[in-house]
Design a protein around this ligand. Sequence first.
Ligand code: FAD
Length: 395
Amino acid sequence: MPKTYDVAVFGAGPAGAQCARELAHKGYQVVLVEKMSNFLANNFSSAGSVYEVLEHFDLPKSTISSYWKSIKLTSAGTEHIWTAKRPLGVVFDFAKLRKFLTADAKSTGNCRVLLGWQFSSYQKTDDSYQCVIKKDGQTSMGENILAKILVDATGPARSVLHYQKNKPRYVSATGIEYLVQTDPLFSQSFGDATLQFLLGQHFQPHGYAWIFPMGDGIYKIGTGGYNDRKTKTQSLKYYIDRIIKNYLQLKKYQILDVHGGTVQFRPNHQEPFVDGKIVGVGDAVSSVNALGFEGIRHGLHSARTAACCIDEYLKNQKPSLDHYQRLMQQYFGRKWYWSYWLSRLVYMQFGDNTLDKIITMLRLLTTEELVEILFYYRFSNVFKLVFRQLKTLFK
Ligand SMILES: Cc1cc2nc3c(=O)[nH]c(=O)nc-3n(C[C@H](O)[C@H](O)[C@H](O)COP(=O)(O)OP(=O)(O)OC[C@H]3O[C@@H](n4cnc5c(N)ncnc54)[C@H](O)[C@@H]3O)c2cc1C
């Protein structure tokens, strides 16, 4: 007889592992199934986030590589740095973050973790789902599990929600990142508490590049962009190599790892978040925000919201799981759409001269105001900026 669980979660990214963690802490019997056999195998995310995420999701220091308290924007012809006295955010160690969330779920005694297994198929029975999971590369029958509720946390694959269904069209963007060990002299002069974004065709056509500190002289140097560009460009690696050679002028360095990934999303969230008793969390329901492709915090939030809705449903306080989609749509509001629209302008439309002018204008914003735009999508600050610019003109 297959073992029965309250909830089967597929995918142990930040969203799936957090959802399993929340449900296991609430006392439900959970199985967490992850395709990869270890978290280093798909260590693809730059994993920058804001400081509040730590307290909000009770994340320990062991998940953090570094703290940042400055943001630097650079274009072909100008640059500016915004600094705060206290840390404004963190760069996670993406592997350690997922490892912690999974271990914490397991430590409750209510969550079975299966690494190296993947969702293969499901069949609906009267009051549960019978799922087949298979070990990587396995061609035989696999193993059966029974669960009352399924959570699709498979990221852009959306393997469960779209099982045997046609997928809608998604916007897609791809990023690649080098983990680079620099020499101590370089890191002393460059600093290790700044998130740096390099904008414009000069650095990365149809996208942007970034340099995130990881501590101990290690940096994540990456580039990424939209995949629907009409003109041909060089490979993403070509632009990273150029940044290392021409912009950073690194002479002595070691590439410790190369990783990357693709995000696929619907800017308007016109896709099902719930199908019967199947719930999608994280990137499986387009929670990544297109402005800076920040998805970890929003994935964690969707996981918590889904776990609350599942809890209410299993306690018979709600007749279905449908209110989850409503709650998530309230969270996104119009901000995700405007972020997408702005990212298309900045990454795809604006030339280097325009971006020089924009960065010059953004200097009128305080650090907090810039953070509010980049991480909280408060675009009303853009109006403040225009007002301040007009004031300087009429002085
Ligand atoms: C290059 C790059 C840089 C990024 N930088 C940042 C950043 O700086 N800050 C930030 O907040 N976000 C960043 N993001 C986005 C962020 O990483 C994602 O939004 C986030 O990881 C989404 O979490 P998730 O759990 O929804 O999905 P994922 O992290 O994609 O996890 C999905 C999991 O499901 C597993 N899986 C897939 N199919 C199956 C299956 N059939 N069965 C079982 N398991 C399966 C996968 O192996 C994976 O572990 C970046 C993304 C990329 C690509």
